[in-house]
Design a protein around this ligand. Structure first.
Ligand SMILES: Nc1ccn([C@@H]2O[C@H](COP(=O)(O)OP(=O)(O)OP(=O)(O)O)[C@@H](O)[C@H]2O)c(=O)n1
Ligand SMILES: C[C@](O)(CO)[C@H](O)COP(=O)(O)O
Length: 237
């Protein structure tokens, strides 16, 4: 299994970029507004996430935030209300996560370096796992953070279901970090329904290297996630 915690970089100090995708509508949350704008401990989810990438030690040169095209004014208002001074560029998303990432990449232009793609609704990504993913991408070009399942896993079959060997399975999180040229080439190919993340877009072009994620790095998807995320955030402050 190609997992590691501390690879030795071949191209240390490559320029770093980040695309925070927050172009979704949050249908599973059912909150009446996109979940990236809901509050955790009194601040929008997306602001928490943005702050994670603003840590100076991470050396991120530019952050692109992808938003639904009809929500620019909402974010503008939140930026004012919460006095957000973290530099970032706003880009309109698309109809799918794939389309939103593609738009973010296009806006980034053609610099060389490493780009992290991160869900705007994963506000609990620690500096350690972000750094681990960026650093590993200097060696492996395509890196995802992931954790081992804690529950037993079954595959549905025509008759009943059967157990999977969970020691061979990983639950994939973001950030996912890529050599920029590689990610650009992958996003020039047509979109497939099997694309659930960026690794699935890239995997035909390059092996995907896995580094240790964090069980706390949850994705805000359904209402109970807000309760857990608030408790975790409090414990991390
Ligand atoms: N067209 C889309 C769809 C999703 N995303 C982003 O991709 C991340 C993961 O997606 P998901 O949790 O599925 O978000 P939503 O699409 O908003 O949720 P749902 O599927 O419940 O509607 C989120 O940060 C979301 O904003 C995006 O940028 N553009
Ligand atoms: C990208 C992702 O967060 C990795 O776990 C996940 O695939 C997004 O899935 P969703 O169905 O768009 O929430």
């Amino acid at each position: 299994m190609n997992e590691s915690k501390s690879p030795s970089p071949q191209h240390p100090k490559a320029p770093r970029y980040a695309i925070l995708v927050a172009g979704g509508s949050g249908t599973r949350m059912g909150a009446g507004r996109p979940k990236q704008f809901l509050e955790l401990l009194g601040e929008p989810v997306l602001l928490h996430t943005l702050r994670r990438f603003a840590e100076a030690a991470l050396r991120v040169q530019e952050v692109i935030v992808v938003l639904p095209a009809d929500q620019f004014a909402t974010w503008e208002q939140l930026r004012t209300d919460f006095r957000v001074t973290i530099p970032h560029r706003i880009v309109a998303g698309g109809d799918s996560r794939w389309a939103s990432v593609r738009n973010g990449l296009a806006a980034l232009g053609t610099p060389e370096g490493i780009v992290a793609v991160h869900d705007g609704v994963r506000p609990l990504a620690s500096q350690e796992i972000i750094e681990r993913a960026y650093a590993a991408a200097e060696t492996y070009k395509a890196v995802v953070v992931a954790v081992t399942p804690k529950d037993s896993v079954r595959n549905l079959a025509q008759r009943g279901s059967y157990a999977l060997n969970r020691s061979r399975l990983r639950l994939v999180q973001t950030p996912q970090c890529f050599d920029l040229d590689l990610l650009r080439r992958a996003y020039q190919l047509p979109e497939l329904p099997t694309f659930t993340d960026d690794a699935s877009v890239v995997e035909d072009l390059c092996p995907i290297h896995i580094v240790e994620g964090d069980y706390r790095n949850l994705k805000i998807t359904t209402p109970e996630d807000l309760i857990v995320a608030e408790a975790l955030l409090r414990s991390m402050q």
